[in-house]
Design a binder for this molecule. Structure first.
Ligand SMILES: [Zn+2]
Length: 365
Protein backbone atom coordinates (compact mmCIF):
# COMPACT_ATOMS: atom_id res chain seq x y z
CA UNK A 1 0.00 0.00 0.00
CA UNK A 2 2.82 2.40 0.99
CA UNK A 3 4.57 1.58 -2.30
CA UNK A 4 1.44 2.30 -4.36
CA UNK A 5 0.96 5.59 -2.52
CA UNK A 6 4.62 6.45 -3.09
CA UNK A 7 4.30 5.70 -6.79
CA UNK A 8 1.19 7.90 -7.19
CA UNK A 9 2.82 10.78 -5.32
CA UNK A 10 6.02 10.41 -7.31
CA UNK A 11 4.16 10.63 -10.61
CA UNK A 12 2.11 13.63 -9.39
CA UNK A 13 5.08 15.57 -8.10
CA UNK A 14 7.73 14.68 -10.63
CA UNK A 15 6.79 17.55 -12.96
CA UNK A 16 7.54 20.11 -10.25
CA UNK A 17 11.03 18.67 -10.06
CA UNK A 18 11.95 20.51 -13.20
CA UNK A 19 11.09 23.88 -11.67
CA UNK A 20 14.15 26.08 -11.86
CA UNK A 21 15.31 28.10 -8.90
CA UNK A 22 15.25 31.52 -10.59
CA UNK A 23 12.55 32.92 -8.28
CA UNK A 24 14.71 32.46 -5.21
CA UNK A 25 17.93 33.67 -6.82
CA UNK A 26 18.81 36.44 -4.33
CA UNK A 27 19.30 33.82 -1.61
CA UNK A 28 21.29 31.31 -3.63
CA UNK A 29 25.06 31.15 -3.09
CA UNK A 30 26.68 29.81 -6.24
CA UNK A 31 30.28 30.75 -5.51
CA UNK A 32 32.51 30.66 -2.41
CA UNK A 33 31.47 33.19 0.23
CA UNK A 34 33.16 34.47 3.34
CA UNK A 35 31.03 35.30 6.37
CA UNK A 36 32.59 37.27 9.22
CA UNK A 37 30.84 36.23 12.43
CA UNK A 38 33.20 38.33 14.47
CA UNK A 39 36.25 40.47 13.85
CA UNK A 40 38.61 38.87 16.34
CA UNK A 41 40.70 37.28 13.60
CA UNK A 42 40.87 34.13 15.72
CA UNK A 43 40.49 31.79 12.78
CA UNK A 44 37.98 30.38 10.36
CA UNK A 45 36.21 27.18 9.37
CA UNK A 46 35.17 26.15 5.89
CA UNK A 47 31.70 24.68 5.47
CA UNK A 48 30.95 23.07 2.11
CA UNK A 49 27.41 22.09 1.22
CA UNK A 50 27.63 18.64 -0.33
CA UNK A 51 23.95 18.48 -1.37
CA UNK A 52 20.76 16.90 0.13
CA UNK A 53 21.36 16.61 3.90
CA UNK A 54 25.13 16.82 3.61
CA UNK A 55 27.95 19.10 4.70
CA UNK A 56 31.72 19.00 4.97
CA UNK A 57 33.17 21.04 7.83
CA UNK A 58 36.91 21.70 7.70
CA UNK A 59 38.99 23.19 10.46
CA UNK A 60 42.80 23.15 10.43
CA UNK A 61 43.79 19.49 10.61
CA UNK A 62 40.27 18.17 11.20
CA UNK A 63 37.17 17.66 9.10
CA UNK A 64 33.73 16.17 9.55
CA UNK A 65 31.28 14.89 6.98
CA UNK A 66 27.54 14.89 7.61
CA UNK A 67 25.26 12.62 5.55
CA UNK A 68 27.38 12.67 2.39
CA UNK A 69 25.23 11.77 -0.62
CA UNK A 70 26.18 12.54 -4.21
CA UNK A 71 24.65 9.77 -6.36
CA UNK A 72 21.28 11.36 -7.05
CA UNK A 73 18.94 8.77 -8.52
CA UNK A 74 16.81 10.10 -11.33
CA UNK A 75 14.47 10.75 -12.96
CA UNK A 76 11.93 10.86 -10.16
CA UNK A 77 9.20 8.58 -11.60
CA UNK A 78 11.67 5.69 -11.91
CA UNK A 79 13.50 5.83 -8.59
CA UNK A 80 11.56 2.90 -7.09
CA UNK A 81 12.64 0.56 -9.84
CA UNK A 82 16.24 1.56 -10.40
CA UNK A 83 19.21 0.17 -8.58
CA UNK A 84 21.23 2.65 -6.50
CA UNK A 85 24.70 3.13 -7.88
CA UNK A 86 27.37 5.19 -6.15
CA UNK A 87 28.85 7.82 -8.45
CA UNK A 88 32.50 7.26 -7.56
CA UNK A 89 33.76 9.65 -10.27
CA UNK A 90 31.74 12.51 -8.82
CA UNK A 91 32.85 11.68 -5.29
CA UNK A 92 36.50 11.40 -6.31
CA UNK A 93 36.22 14.83 -7.96
CA UNK A 94 34.77 16.26 -4.75
CA UNK A 95 37.67 14.85 -2.73
CA UNK A 96 40.21 16.09 -5.28
CA UNK A 97 38.79 19.58 -4.97
CA UNK A 98 38.63 19.64 -1.18
CA UNK A 99 41.57 17.43 -0.13
CA UNK A 100 43.86 17.63 -3.15
CA UNK A 101 43.47 13.90 -3.74
CA UNK A 102 40.63 11.42 -4.24
CA UNK A 103 41.68 9.87 -0.93
CA UNK A 104 42.03 11.61 2.42
CA UNK A 105 45.47 10.06 2.86
CA UNK A 106 46.50 12.23 5.81
CA UNK A 107 43.33 11.37 7.72
CA UNK A 108 41.76 14.82 8.09
CA UNK A 109 38.22 13.46 8.21
CA UNK A 110 37.66 12.44 11.79
CA UNK A 111 34.00 11.47 11.61
CA UNK A 112 31.03 10.84 9.34
CA UNK A 113 27.76 11.73 11.11
CA UNK A 114 24.52 10.07 10.05
CA UNK A 115 21.27 11.88 10.93
CA UNK A 116 19.00 8.99 9.91
CA UNK A 117 19.09 5.96 7.65
CA UNK A 118 17.19 6.90 4.48
CA UNK A 119 19.04 6.22 1.22
CA UNK A 120 19.89 9.89 0.63
CA UNK A 121 21.85 9.90 3.90
CA UNK A 122 23.41 6.46 3.91
CA UNK A 123 23.63 4.86 0.46
CA UNK A 124 27.00 6.43 -0.45
CA UNK A 125 28.58 6.05 2.98
CA UNK A 126 30.22 2.60 2.58
CA UNK A 127 31.90 3.65 -0.67
CA UNK A 128 33.04 7.04 0.67
CA UNK A 129 34.35 5.50 3.88
CA UNK A 130 36.23 2.66 2.17
CA UNK A 131 37.45 4.39 -1.01
CA UNK A 132 37.91 8.03 -0.03
CA UNK A 133 38.47 8.19 3.73
CA UNK A 134 41.41 7.03 5.78
CA UNK A 135 39.77 4.24 7.78
CA UNK A 136 42.40 4.48 10.52
CA UNK A 137 41.29 8.06 11.24
CA UNK A 138 37.59 8.23 10.36
CA UNK A 139 34.84 6.96 12.61
CA UNK A 140 31.20 6.66 11.60
CA UNK A 141 28.72 7.98 14.15
CA UNK A 142 25.09 6.93 13.87
CA UNK A 143 22.09 5.37 15.56
CA UNK A 144 21.27 1.68 16.05
CA UNK A 145 19.41 1.36 12.72
CA UNK A 146 22.31 2.89 10.80
CA UNK A 147 24.57 0.40 12.55
CA UNK A 148 22.35 -2.55 11.61
CA UNK A 149 22.31 -1.48 7.96
CA UNK A 150 26.05 -0.78 7.69
CA UNK A 151 26.88 -4.15 9.26
CA UNK A 152 26.10 -5.64 5.85
CA UNK A 153 28.08 -3.24 3.79
CA UNK A 154 31.76 -4.05 3.40
CA UNK A 155 32.61 -2.02 6.48
CA UNK A 156 33.88 -4.44 9.07
CA UNK A 157 34.45 -1.90 11.81
CA UNK A 158 31.92 -1.05 14.56
CA UNK A 159 30.40 2.37 14.22
CA UNK A 160 30.34 4.75 17.17
CA UNK A 161 26.83 4.12 18.30
CA UNK A 162 24.72 7.02 19.48
CA UNK A 163 23.03 6.02 22.70
CA UNK A 164 19.53 4.59 22.16
CA UNK A 165 16.84 7.24 21.84
CA UNK A 166 14.82 5.99 24.79
CA UNK A 167 17.67 6.94 27.12
CA UNK A 168 17.69 10.50 25.84
CA UNK A 169 14.23 11.31 24.64
CA UNK A 170 12.43 11.58 27.97
CA UNK A 171 10.24 14.54 28.88
CA UNK A 172 12.50 15.76 31.67
CA UNK A 173 15.77 15.36 29.94
CA UNK A 174 18.72 16.23 32.16
CA UNK A 175 21.98 17.63 30.82
CA UNK A 176 23.83 14.62 32.20
CA UNK A 177 21.85 12.39 29.83
CA UNK A 178 23.59 14.04 26.91
CA UNK A 179 26.79 12.48 25.73
CA UNK A 180 29.41 14.48 23.88
CA UNK A 181 31.51 12.54 21.40
CA UNK A 182 35.04 13.91 20.93
CA UNK A 183 37.10 13.37 17.81
CA UNK A 184 40.30 11.49 18.55
CA UNK A 185 42.41 14.66 18.30
CA UNK A 186 39.97 16.55 20.59
CA UNK A 187 39.60 19.42 18.10
CA UNK A 188 35.88 18.88 17.52
CA UNK A 189 33.11 17.53 19.73
CA UNK A 190 29.64 16.40 18.70
CA UNK A 191 26.42 16.17 20.64
CA UNK A 192 23.64 14.12 19.01
CA UNK A 193 20.11 15.16 20.01
CA UNK A 194 17.15 12.89 19.20
CA UNK A 195 14.62 14.44 16.86
CA UNK A 196 11.87 13.41 14.44
CA UNK A 197 11.33 13.24 10.69
CA UNK A 198 8.65 15.17 8.75
CA UNK A 199 6.09 13.19 6.74
CA UNK A 200 6.60 13.31 2.97
CA UNK A 201 3.10 13.99 1.69
CA UNK A 202 -0.26 14.83 3.31
CA UNK A 203 0.99 13.74 6.73
CA UNK A 204 2.13 10.35 5.42
CA UNK A 205 5.64 8.94 5.46
CA UNK A 206 6.23 7.36 2.07
CA UNK A 207 9.43 5.61 3.06
CA UNK A 208 9.61 3.10 5.91
CA UNK A 209 10.00 4.69 9.36
CA UNK A 210 11.05 1.36 10.90
CA UNK A 211 13.76 1.19 13.56
CA UNK A 212 15.83 -1.95 13.16
CA UNK A 213 16.73 -4.13 16.13
CA UNK A 214 18.89 -6.60 14.22
CA UNK A 215 21.27 -6.55 11.30
CA UNK A 216 19.86 -6.57 7.78
CA UNK A 217 20.89 -9.62 5.81
CA UNK A 218 22.13 -7.42 2.92
CA UNK A 219 23.13 -3.83 2.23
CA UNK A 220 20.13 -2.31 0.40
CA UNK A 221 20.33 -1.40 -3.27
CA UNK A 222 16.85 0.11 -3.66
CA UNK A 223 15.49 3.41 -2.37
CA UNK A 224 12.62 1.81 -0.45
CA UNK A 225 14.87 -0.63 1.44
CA UNK A 226 16.53 1.97 3.66
CA UNK A 227 14.32 2.39 6.77
CA UNK A 228 14.40 5.79 8.47
CA UNK A 229 15.47 4.51 11.91
CA UNK A 230 16.38 6.99 14.63
CA UNK A 231 16.74 10.71 13.86
CA UNK A 232 19.36 13.07 15.25
CA UNK A 233 20.30 16.71 15.13
CA UNK A 234 23.89 17.54 16.04
CA UNK A 235 25.68 20.29 17.91
CA UNK A 236 29.19 20.51 16.49
CA UNK A 237 31.70 22.48 18.53
CA UNK A 238 35.01 23.53 17.01
CA UNK A 239 37.39 23.59 19.96
CA UNK A 240 40.46 25.65 20.73
CA UNK A 241 42.91 25.46 23.60
CA UNK A 242 41.50 24.23 26.90
CA UNK A 243 38.32 23.13 25.11
CA UNK A 244 37.31 26.74 24.45
CA UNK A 245 34.49 26.68 21.90
CA UNK A 246 35.60 28.67 18.86
CA UNK A 247 32.54 28.00 16.72
CA UNK A 248 29.23 26.28 17.49
CA UNK A 249 27.24 24.78 14.63
CA UNK A 250 23.81 23.23 15.00
CA UNK A 251 22.85 20.77 12.29
CA UNK A 252 19.09 20.45 11.77
CA UNK A 253 19.96 19.15 8.32
CA UNK A 254 18.46 15.65 8.51
CA UNK A 255 14.77 16.50 8.29
CA UNK A 256 12.18 19.12 9.22
CA UNK A 257 10.08 18.37 12.30
CA UNK A 258 7.33 19.97 14.40
CA UNK A 259 7.98 23.01 16.59
CA UNK A 260 11.28 22.86 18.44
CA UNK A 261 11.67 19.11 18.82
CA UNK A 262 15.33 18.11 18.83
CA UNK A 263 16.58 21.47 20.11
CA UNK A 264 19.27 21.60 22.82
CA UNK A 265 18.08 22.53 26.28
CA UNK A 266 18.68 25.93 27.87
CA UNK A 267 21.73 24.94 29.90
CA UNK A 268 23.58 23.99 26.73
CA UNK A 269 22.53 27.17 24.96
CA UNK A 270 23.58 29.25 27.97
CA UNK A 271 27.06 27.73 27.78
CA UNK A 272 27.35 28.95 24.17
CA UNK A 273 24.81 30.19 21.67
CA UNK A 274 24.53 28.78 18.15
CA UNK A 275 26.66 30.55 15.56
CA UNK A 276 25.66 28.63 12.45
CA UNK A 277 22.41 26.76 11.87
CA UNK A 278 21.91 24.16 9.11
CA UNK A 279 18.22 24.04 8.35
CA UNK A 280 16.46 21.34 6.29
CA UNK A 281 14.05 22.86 3.77
CA UNK A 282 12.41 19.76 2.21
CA UNK A 283 8.89 19.02 3.45
CA UNK A 284 8.87 21.93 5.91
CA UNK A 285 5.22 22.40 4.91
CA UNK A 286 4.38 18.96 6.38
CA UNK A 287 5.10 20.02 9.98
CA UNK A 288 3.97 22.78 12.36
CA UNK A 289 5.84 25.97 13.25
CA UNK A 290 9.01 24.93 11.46
CA UNK A 291 11.42 26.61 10.97
CA UNK A 292 10.05 29.56 12.95
CA UNK A 293 10.23 27.87 16.35
CA UNK A 294 13.79 26.61 15.79
CA UNK A 295 14.98 30.10 14.81
CA UNK A 296 13.19 31.62 17.79
CA UNK A 297 14.85 29.21 20.24
CA UNK A 298 18.33 29.36 18.75
CA UNK A 299 18.65 32.90 17.36
CA UNK A 300 21.63 31.89 15.21
CA UNK A 301 24.04 34.35 13.64
CA UNK A 302 23.98 32.62 10.26
CA UNK A 303 21.55 30.17 8.62
CA UNK A 304 22.37 27.77 5.79
CA UNK A 305 19.40 26.03 4.18
CA UNK A 306 19.94 22.49 2.88
CA UNK A 307 17.89 19.77 1.15
CA UNK A 308 16.41 22.57 -0.95
CA UNK A 309 17.58 21.50 -4.40
CA UNK A 310 16.03 18.75 -6.51
CA UNK A 311 18.01 15.66 -5.58
CA UNK A 312 15.98 13.58 -8.05
CA UNK A 313 18.04 15.21 -10.73
CA UNK A 314 21.68 14.72 -11.72
CA UNK A 315 24.07 16.28 -9.20
CA UNK A 316 26.02 18.08 -11.91
CA UNK A 317 22.84 19.67 -13.30
CA UNK A 318 22.13 21.12 -9.85
CA UNK A 319 25.62 22.56 -9.58
CA UNK A 320 25.14 24.34 -12.91
CA UNK A 321 21.51 25.42 -12.78
CA UNK A 322 19.67 24.17 -9.71
CA UNK A 323 15.99 23.28 -9.52
CA UNK A 324 14.06 23.22 -6.26
CA UNK A 325 13.04 20.04 -4.46
CA UNK A 326 9.59 18.76 -5.52
CA UNK A 327 6.59 19.10 -3.22
CA UNK A 328 8.18 21.94 -1.23
CA UNK A 329 7.54 25.64 -1.78
CA UNK A 330 11.07 26.97 -1.25
CA UNK A 331 9.94 30.54 -1.84
CA UNK A 332 7.47 30.21 1.03
CA UNK A 333 10.20 28.74 3.25
CA UNK A 334 12.39 31.80 2.57
CA UNK A 335 9.48 34.09 3.35
CA UNK A 336 8.86 32.33 6.67
CA UNK A 337 12.54 32.58 7.63
CA UNK A 338 12.66 36.27 6.77
CA UNK A 339 9.45 37.05 8.66
CA UNK A 340 10.72 35.26 11.74
CA UNK A 341 14.07 37.03 11.62
CA UNK A 342 12.25 40.34 11.29
CA UNK A 343 9.97 39.64 14.25
CA UNK A 344 13.03 38.73 16.37
CA UNK A 345 14.85 41.87 15.26
CA UNK A 346 17.52 39.76 13.60
CA UNK A 347 16.82 40.79 10.02
CA UNK A 348 20.01 42.84 9.73
CA UNK A 349 22.29 40.63 11.79
CA UNK A 350 21.40 37.07 10.75
CA UNK A 351 22.18 36.11 7.18
CA UNK A 352 20.40 33.30 5.36
CA UNK A 353 21.61 31.50 2.23
CA UNK A 354 20.83 28.46 0.11
CA UNK A 355 24.14 27.21 -1.30
CA UNK A 356 24.40 25.28 -4.52
CA UNK A 357 25.92 21.83 -3.88
CA UNK A 358 29.71 21.93 -3.76
CA UNK A 359 29.82 25.58 -2.66
CA UNK A 360 32.26 26.49 0.11
CA UNK A 361 31.44 29.03 2.83
CA UNK A 362 34.18 30.42 4.99
CA UNK A 363 33.09 31.34 8.50
CA UNK A 364 35.53 33.76 10.13
CA UNK A 365 35.43 34.25 13.91
ZN1 LIG B 1 14.75 11.13 5.30
Amino acid sequence: MRKLMLLIVIICTSCSGTRKASKIKPHIADKPVSIPLAHYGAGSSIITYTGSGGFLIQQDSSAILIDPYFSNINPLPLILFKKLKTDTILIDDFFEKNFGSSKDVSGLIKAILIAHSHYDHLADVPSIYLRNCNIDSTEIIGGPTTNHILKNSEIDKDITLIRPVNELNSENIQPKAYQWIYTRNNQIRILPIPTEHAPHFCGIKLLSSKKLTKDLSFFPTKVGRFPEGENYNFIIDILGDNEKIKLRIFSHAGAACDDDIGIPNDSILTEKKIDVLFLCVANFNQVDNYPEKVIQRLKPKFIIGNHWENFFRQYRKNTRKPATVPNTNVKRFIKNVKQQLESLNLKDSTMFILPIPNTAIEIAY
